[in-house]
Design a protein around this ligand. Structure first.
Ligand SMILES: NC(=O)c1ccc[n+]([C@@H]2O[C@H](COP(=O)([O-])OP(=O)(O)OC[C@H]3O[C@@H](n4cnc5c(N)ncnc54)[C@H](OP(=O)(O)O)[C@@H]3O)[C@@H](O)[C@H]2O)c1
Length: 333
């Protein structure tokens, strides 16, 4: 019997409970690929799931963690062999399936992505769902005609996981990036990642008219609510806005004017449900033309499973910055 540690989330008659437990391989889900994990990462959705403050899990109990990366130990699917380095992000982890806050993971082969190019497990989880989401936003915006000469790209929640990686990826692609952050003291760091300018939320000046002066070529928004509504009013003609998150609210009060007068597009970004062909293609790009320029600077810290709960609280309070990685295998720490 192989015993291991994992952060498992329960719902006891409506009461949330989560903690480190000792499990064995029979506690994992079915699937063709058994992975000895090495790293996971902490995303906003993990914090919602791990604290019970968001309805993320659709069955209980489940191991948390929407990201995982490690080595294949066994595969009954010929696409993978023992020793292959692989990653899994989204795809129902910590939602309908046991996730990555565990020393072991078993999943169907269809969810597994071979580590592309020269990405090692650490850089793969530096990216994780956050980096994949930033790349998906760039992909959808460019597919919709976005180009650097259309004006600067505003990135909200810029000091967060998705935000900071978007700053690196969009600036690396030649866009002038305006990073919007509520954190004093992170300006220099955001400039190091590639921001041309760092502004506060008060400087976004969304106004209240259905259309305000066009200022931005496009936007990557992780916050929703009034911030996103303001971006629809101040984006230049034909610009695209990638709607990614809801850290400030899930409502959206705007008018149709930006869409029918300026041809602005609001693009929905859903990383968890991304079709597998596009998923594999974007991971390839993250290892090549969208490769991070500042992978080390973007990492805030690497923690063991035991530290997760404190970081969940920090994240939900908006105090976290950069990427927080989890070392799931004690031999890697
Ligand atoms: N659609 C998708 O597929 C997808 C994928 C990944 C994430 N998301 C969503 O994207 C958002 C960001 O995720 P993340 O993992 O990057 O989270 P994160 O690392 O916690 O970053 C969130 C950032 O938002 C800013 N923020 C402003 N007001 C906030 C508030 N009231 N509470 C919390 N943060 C606030 C903060 O940055 P500043 O201080 O710099 O403003 C914070 O660091 C979340 O809503 C998440 O659910 C969606």
């Amino acid at each position: 019997m192989t015993e291991f540690r994992a952060l498992r989330i329960h719902n006891d008659n409506g009461r949330h409970r989560a903690g480190i437990e000792t499990l064995d391989l029979d506690d994992l889900d079915d699937g063709e690929v058994l992975i000895r994990t090495r790293y996971s990462s902490i995303n906003y959705k993990d914090a919602l799931a791990g604290t019970g403050r968001g309805k993320i899990l659709r069955r209980f109990p489940l191991i948390g963690g929407i990201d995982s990366c490690g080595d294949v130990v066994h595969s009954s699917d010929p696409r993978f062999r023992e020793g292959d380095q692989v990653l899994v992000t989204g795809c129902g982890l910590s939602e309908t399936r046991n996730g990555g806050y565990s020393e072991w993971l078993r999943v169907p082969a269809a969810l597994v992505v071979p580590l592309p190019g020269e990405l090692g497990p650490f850089e793969a989880m530096t990216l994780g769902t956050a980096g994949f989401t930033a790349a998906l936003a760039l992909h959808r915006m460019e597919q919709n005609g976005q180009a650097p000469d259309m004006g600067p790209i505003v990135i909200t929640g810029a000091s967060g996981g998705v935000g900071s990686l978007a700053v690196d990826i969009f600036s690396g692609r030649g866009y002038e990036v305006i990073a919007v952050s509520g954190k004093a003291g992170k300006e220099e760091w955001l400039r190091t990642l590639g921001a041309a300018r760092v502004i506060g939320y008060d400087e976004l000046a969304p106004g209240a008219h259905p259309l305000e002066k066009g200022q931005w070529g496009g936007a990557v928004d992780t916050l929703g609510g009034e911030i996103l509504a303001g971006l629809t009013r101040s984006t230049n003609p034909w610009g695209s806005i990638a709607a990614i998150g809801l850290a400030r609210g899930m409502e959206l009060n705007t008018t149709v004017m930006p869409f029918i007068i300026r041809g602005v597009s609001l693009l929905g970004i859903n990383s968890a449900g991304c079709p597998s062909e596009l998923r594999a293609k974007l991971w390839q790009r993250l290892a090549t033309d969208l490769r991070l320029h500042h992978p080390e600077e973007v990492v805030n810290r690497v923690v063991p499973l035991e530290d997760l709960e404190g970081i969940f609280e920090e994240m939900l309070a908006g105090r976290s910055w950069g990427r927080n990685l989890v070392c799931t295998n004690p031999t890697d720490s």
